[in-house]
Design a protein around this ligand. Sequence first.
Ligand code: GYE
Length: 310
Amino acid sequence: ITKNHRETISAEEKNLITVGFAQIGAESDWRIANTESMKEALSVENGFRLLISDAQQKQQNQTKAVRDFISQEVDVIVIAPVTEDGWDTVLEEAKDAGIPVIVVDRMINVKDDSLYTCWVGSDFEKEGRAAADWLVKYMEARGEGSDHHQIAILKGTIGSTAEIGRTKGFNEAIKKYQNYEIVSEQLGDFIQTKGKKAMEFCLQKNPDIDVVIAQNDNMAFGAIEAIEEIGKKPGKDIAIVSFDAVKAAFEAMIEGKLNVSIECNPLHGPRVAEIAKKIMSGESVDKLQYVEEGIYPSETAAKELPNRKY
Ligand code: GYE
C-alpha cells in the first residue's frame, strides 16, 4: 500500500459512522434475518463501521456490550433488547457519554424516555389480535365456528415486547368468544427445540388440544415435530397459528402443516441506517416508528414464497 493510498483509507475511515449493535442472539430465523439486514445496510460502502455483539439471549451480556461500546466511544448505539425492563442505569451511562441510542425490534421500559432517541419495530399487540381474528374466521369457514376449541400457547421470552404484546393482543381478542379456551401456556423462548419440548408437555397434559398459538415460527416448527411424533397431523388435527412469516414457514404451509403466519418484519437495517445518518447530522427523528406487516394463510404460501426476502 502506497503512502497516498493509506491516507485515502484513513480519510475514508474517519468519515464512517461507528455503530455498536447489541443484538440478542441467533435464536430464530427472524433474528438471523435481522442481523443480516443490519450488516447489509450498515456497511462500509454505505458509510458505516458496524460492531455487533451477540448476547446469547442474556440481557446481562447486552448491558456489558453497551458498556464496551461506550468505552470504545462509538457514534451510535443500537439495542435489540431481550426484555423491556432493566435498562435505566446503562442508558444513563450512554447519555452521560453523549452517545445516542436507537432501540430496534422489542421495546424498553425506562423511567425517562430521553434515555433513548427512538425505537423502530412492530406492533406486537396488533399481531396478537390478528392471530385471534384469523383463527375465529378460519374455524367458521371449517364449519367449526361454535365448537369448543382448546388452545395451547407456546410463549416466547417472558418480559420481551414480542411475548407481552402477542399474548395481550391474542388473549383480549379471543376472550370475546366463549367457546375458545386457553388450556395451556408453556414457555419456549422463541427456540425450536424448546418449542418442541413445550408442545410435548402440552400434548401429554391436554391430549384434546386442537389449536396451537406459537409466538414465533421456530417454536411452531418444534410443535409440528412433536405433533407428528404422536401420530397426529399438524395443520389438520391441530391448527397451528404462528408469527414472523419466515421462508421456512411458507414451506411448512405449502406442506399443509402450518395454517397461518402473522408477519413480523425483521428487515430493520435500512431504516436504522437512515435514522443513524439523520442523528449524526443533527436532524430530528420520530420517537416511535412502526413497520407495516401482513397476514399469510396457507393458501397464499405457494404464490408468496418466491417473493419472500427472509
Ligand atoms: O418473533 C422471534 C425472535 O422480537 C420480534 O424475536 C422478535 C421476535 C421474533 O426470536 O422469532
